[in-house]
Design a protein around this ligand. Structure first.
Ligand code: NAI
Ligand code: MG
Length: 351
């Protein structure tokens, strides 16, 4: 078996965590008895500053044939964030119909939550975030710039197909876990899109009588992810809400540096993309101290998606074993002083 993977390190610590994690891919292939063909594309902000675009014109055609994409992060202090995100990450998610974004939040043994009273294993939930439409649909306009009647309109878009896809994926996940789904919306204030969303959840729930559904407004959900994170199993939310909730999920389970994600093309006709939840972190970039575990766990999710579940599980367990080991190297975000590379080297040894 041979899998092809395109690697897009991107910017800032994205490059650091991807470069450090790269050898782990070969270890995994060796352990799992399969071949990997990888190609690295140095697209991102440096390219933008030189050539005026984050990716070449044929980027999507170039990536299409791969089995999966591994992405670091994009974002540069000298370029507006909407230019970098809309120039590289969002177009890939949209072009390849990566409608389902899966983001687990796990408090591992040996990791301290900033919240009091939680031990390893107490926090273990997964957010299913709609990933190609909603509030991040490219719908709207900005006119009469600089005049008193300047106007900006940003429209959220919810299609039946897109909404049903993410909702079904979340119900499936709940069924395979503890059977509890929290539907996070804001249907008291957004009476069109979010009420429609609630209706789709209601309809789909008929197919999942074994899953209990809780409804929360997003502001209350934000509070409850801090107040009672141990009570959640699966959450489903729109693009913007899911984006915000998963940063809360990342930090209550220890660090932004440990939160992985999968952007999944459900039908499998285009590649899915795996990436850490975090951004390019200019505040720590260039120092070799970024936590690579979000990327390592994203690699685990990548192999799981390709059907290499044993290798995926072994990588996940290597991370668990490292974090549970008080003498193992840790990056500064986890209170240690180890480098990005030292952490991956230790993971490779455990694998
Ligand atoms: P960020 O996630 O880059 O950083 C937030 C905070 O978490 C910073 O203090 C950073 O040092 C820390 N952090 C993040 N990842 C870490 C890691 N692996 N190890 C240790 N500490 C880590 O978010 P921020 O600062 O809002 O955005 C920075 C840039 O990244 C912006 O240009 C933004 O647009 C972009 N961005 C890109 C994303 C992506 O490519 N998926 C996601 C989020 C932001
Ligand atoms: Mg985000």
């Amino acid at each position: 078996m041979t899998y092809s993977i395109s690697i897009l390190p991107g910017d800032g610590i994205g490059v650091e965590v991807i470069d450090a994690t790269r050898p782990l891919l070969d270890d995994a292939a060796h352990a799992g008895g399969f071949e990997l063909e990888t190609t690295r594309y140095d697209w991102g902000s440096e390219r933008y500053l030189e050539a005026g675009s984050m990716m070449p014109d044929d980027a999507i055609e170039t990536l299409e044939p791969y089995d999966a994409i591994l992405l670091g992060a994009v974002g540069h202090p000298d370029i507006p964030d909407h230019v970098t995100l809309r120039g590289m990450m969002l177009p890939i998610r949209k072009a390849f119909d990566q409608q389902v974004c899966k983001r687990p939040s796990v408090l591992f043994d040996g990791v301290e939550s900033p919240l009091r009273g939680y031990d390893g294993g107490d926090i273990d939930f997964v957010v299913y975030r709609e990933n190609t439409e909603g509030e991040y649909a490219d719908a709207g306009g900005h006119e009469h710039r600089g005049y008193p009647h300047e106007v900006a309109v940003q429209t959220a878009v919810y299609t039946r197909q897109g909404t049903e896809t993410i909702v079904r994926a979340a119900f499936e996940a709940a069924r395979s876990r503890e059977g509890r789904l929290t539907n996070v919306t804001k249907s008291n204030a957004q009476a069109h899109g979010m009420v429609f969303w609630d209706e789709v959840v209601e309809e789909v729930s008929a197919d999942y009588p074994d899953v209990t559904v809780e409804r929360l407004l997003v502001d209350a959900a934000s509070m409850d992810l801090v107040r009672r994170p141990d009570e959640f199993d699966v959450l489903v939310a729109s693009n913007l809400f899911g984006d915000i909730l998963t940063d809360i999920g990342a930090i209550v389970s220890g660090s932004m540096g440990m939160a992985p994600s999968a952007n999944i093309n459900v039908e499998g006709h285009s590649p899915s993309m795996f990436e850490p939840v975090h951004g390019s972190a200019p505040d720590i970039a260039g120092r070799g101290i970024a936590n690579p575990l979000a990327t390592v766990l994203s690699v685990s999710m990548l192999f799981d998606h390709l059907g290499e579940s044993e290798v995926a599980r072994d990588i996940w367990r290597a991370v668990e074993s490292q974090l549970a080991d008080a003498d193992a190297p840790r990056t500064p975000d986890l209170g240690g002083s180890a480098t990005t590379e030292a952490v991956v080297e230790d993971i490779r040894a455990r694998l």
